[in-house]
Each structure stands twice: as structure tokens, then as C-alpha cells.
Design a protein around this ligand. Structure first.
Ligand SMILES: Nc1ncnc2c1ncn2[C@@H]1O[C@H](COP(=O)(O)OP(=O)(O)O)[C@@H](O)[C@H]1O
Ligand SMILES: [Mg+2]
Length: 331
């Protein structure tokens, strides 16, 4: 497929430059993760990336593509949680002109656009079972039809899928088709949360300060020790994405050339491994997450855009969590 044939959704298949070497890595666990991913990259197997939001699944998927024999071909990504179920099928498989009221022209789907390259199905745990069945068929038999189309099309894609949902929960709840899971599960890679690799916080901070200096023309030289201690003790429910957002804001907010603890505006007190959960409080990860989200919402006056930025999650994910945890704006 030539570049001229890809007119509409350009951002989805811009050539991606992320390589394994470009990822900040300073811990044994994450090094093992990357080694596993780099090993699988050259084998053309389907890969399932599991890990909390913001842990780097997206970057790893790009790095895998760039280390594979498909690297010169398109890398196309689809965020399954951001697309309503009614639109997902046409997004993935395309639609013929006139397939539905707004279909004023033929639109290629992501499978077609990814032909001979890699298709990254992000947040696949949020895909409906019906859509999953169609993906399985397209994947297994390399065949599909555009919405409203008769012709059977063929595409050769390597699939990398990712989800932030715990797998056992997905399978037990019946929300994830086992047949698709076993097909995708040719190779599963778990990406550890940031709190399981705190050695990475310091080099990530340096990395993000450099990145911000380049982007904003700031001249931040570093971060003071008290601020670093805060960062190292933070639970990071939004993982690396949250850390990046915090550094970005601090870089812009700080009046001097060094980031101080007060520039971080971290919304929760630092935790240490021996911190005691208040009696009666739900100390499950979900419970901690719910409380953290509530605090951030309170801090922003329930400004969801700002809250999702601070938390390092997307708006739809925030909305989902708000309803999942039954969080209510105080009246
Ligand atoms: N190892 C890393 N090195 C550098 N930046 C990282 C790393 N991991 C994550 N990031 C940053 O965190 C952000 C979120 O990563 P992403 O791959 O989108 O996470 P996920 O897909 O798991 O939600 C990225 O924009 C990137 O800037
Ligand atoms: Mg992601």
C-alpha cells in the first residue's frame, strides 16, 4: 500500500521511531520485560501486553514493531476503549460508501491499513464479545469484509494487543472470549507497575526534565532531594504517564531552575512500605485506586479533563472508573 493511499487517519500510522534502546530502564524486572519483548519481536507471534495504565505498553508495542521484520511497514493502532462499539467494526474493517448514513465514501479499516505491518489493539479488554469474534476471524483466517461490503478482503497483520485489566478477571467475568485469548496469548508479557520498579523513577525524572526543556524551552537543571524523596514514595497509580504529567507541570510551574517538592503538587501523601492502612479502609489495589481518584477529583473540583491528565488516564477510562467505583460529586 503506498503512502498516497492512506489519506484520512494519518496519525495512526505515522512512522514510529520508538526503539527498545530509547526506553528508560534501570531495574531488573523491567529489563527482563524488555528482554522478553525484544526476543519475541523478531518471531512474528501475536503478543499480549498486560499491565496497568501508563506502564509503557504502547511504547513497547512500537518498539516490538520496530525490531521486527515488519518495521518498514505500517504500525497501526486502535484504542478499543475510545471507540463506541457501534463504530468499532467499521473502524477495524472499514466501510463501503453508503454502508450507513454518514458513510459518504469508502473508508479503509485498520486491518487493511495495517496490511503487512503491525496492528496494535489497545485496551482490547474493553472490546465487546461480538467485536472480539470478528477480530478473531480476521486474525485467524486473515479475512474480513468491510461494513456494507460483500467482497472478502485479505490482510496479513501481526497483532499486538494490550489491556490494563487483570486477565483472570476478564476471563472469569466472561467479557473476554477464551478462543481469542488463547490465540492472542501466543506470547504474554507482563509490564510491571512503576511502584514495583522504583529504581526507574530517578532516570525517568531526568529523562522527562530533558524532554520538557526541549519542548518548552525551559532550563530546568534538576530536582531537589526532598522532591525526589516525594516522588520515590508516591504510589503512582497512573504509573509512568502520571510521573511524566507531574514533571511536565512542575517544569512549567517552578519559578527557579530546580524542581522543589511544592512544585510537584502531588495529591496524596507519600507512602512507605510500612505505612499502615487505616482500620476499616479497603486496602485492595482497587480500593486504593478509588480513593486516589476521588482525591484528585476533589482537588480539581471535579474537572474531569484536568483529573484525567493528572491521573495519566484517558477521559473515557476516568468515566469508566468513576462509575465502576460509584464515585459521586459532593453536592
Ligand atoms: N520506559 C519508559 N521510558 C520513557 N518513557 C516512558 C517509559 N514508559 C512509559 N513512558 C512514558 O509514559 C507514557 C505512557 O506510556 P504508554 O506506553 O502510553 O503506557 P500504556 O500504554 O501502558 O498506558 C508515554 O507517553 C511515555 O512518555
Ligand atoms: Mg496505552
Amino acid at each position: 500500500m503506498s503512502a498516497q493511499e492512506q489519506p484520512t487517519i494519518t496519525s495512526a500510522y505515522r512512522s514510529v521511531g520508538v526503539t527498545f534502546e530509547a526506553l528508560v530502564c534501570n531495574s531488573t524486572v523491567f529489563r527482563d520485560t524488555l528482554r522478553l519483548a525484544a526476543g519475541a519481536a523478531t518471531k512474528d507471534v501475536a503478543i499480549l501486553l498486560l499491565g496497568e495504565t501508563g506502564t509503557g505498553k504502547n511504547l513497547i508495542a512500537q518498539a516490538i514493531h520496530n525490531a521486527s521484520r515488519r518495521r518498514e511497514k505500517p504500525f497501526v493502532s486502535v484504542n478499543c476503549s475510545a471507540i463506541p462499539d457501534t463504530l468499532l467494526e467499521s473502524e477495524l474493517f472499514g466501510s463501503e460508501k453508503g454502508a450507513f448514513t454518514s458513510a459518504d465514501k469508502l473508508r479503509k479499516g485498520k486491518f487493511e491499513l495495517a496490511h503487512s505491518g503491525t496492528l496494535f489493539l489497545d485496551e482490547i479488554g474493553d472490546m465487546s464479545p461480538v467485536a472480539q469474534a470478528k477480530v478473531l476471524r480476521a486474525f485467524e483466517y486473515k479475512q474480513f469484509e468491510r461494513v456494507g461490503g460483500e467482497e472478502t478482503l485479505h490482510a496479513d497483520v501481526r497483532i499486538i494487543a494490550a489491556t490494563n485489566r487483570p486477565l483472570d478477571q476478564l476471563l472469569a467475568g466472561g467479557t473476554f472470549r477464551e478462543d481469542l485469548f488463547y490465540r492472542l496469548n501466543e506470547f504474554t508479557i507482563e509490564v510491571p507497575p512503576l511502584r514495583a520498579r522504583r529504581e526507574e523513577i530517578e532516570p525517568l525524572v531526568q529523562h522527562f526534565i530533558r524532554e520538557c526543556n526541549e519542548r518548552f524551552g525551559t532550563r530546568i537543571r534538576g530536582i531537589d532531594p526532598a522532591a525526589m524523596t516525594r516522588l520515590k514514595g508516591h504510589p503512582w497509580p497512573g504509573n509512568v504517564r502520571e510521573l511524566r504529567a507531574v514533571i511536565k507541570r512542575a517544569t512549567v510551574a517552578t519559578p527557579g531552575d530546580t524542581i522543589r517538592a511544592e512544585d510537584l503538587r502531588l495529591s496524596v501523601a507519600p507512602t512507605s512500605s510500612d505505612e499502615i492502612v487505616p482500620p476499616g479502609a479497603d486496602s485492595s489495589l482497587a480500593g486504593v485506586e478509588a480513593r486516589h481518584i476521588e482525591k484528585v477529583l476533589k482537588q480539581t473540583g471535579w474537572n474531569k479533563k484536568e483529573s484525567s491528565n493528572l491521573l495519566g488516564i484517558s477521559r473515557p477510562t476516568l468515566d469508566r472508573k468513576i462509575s465502576e467505583y460509584n464515585l459521586r460529586k459532593p453536592t
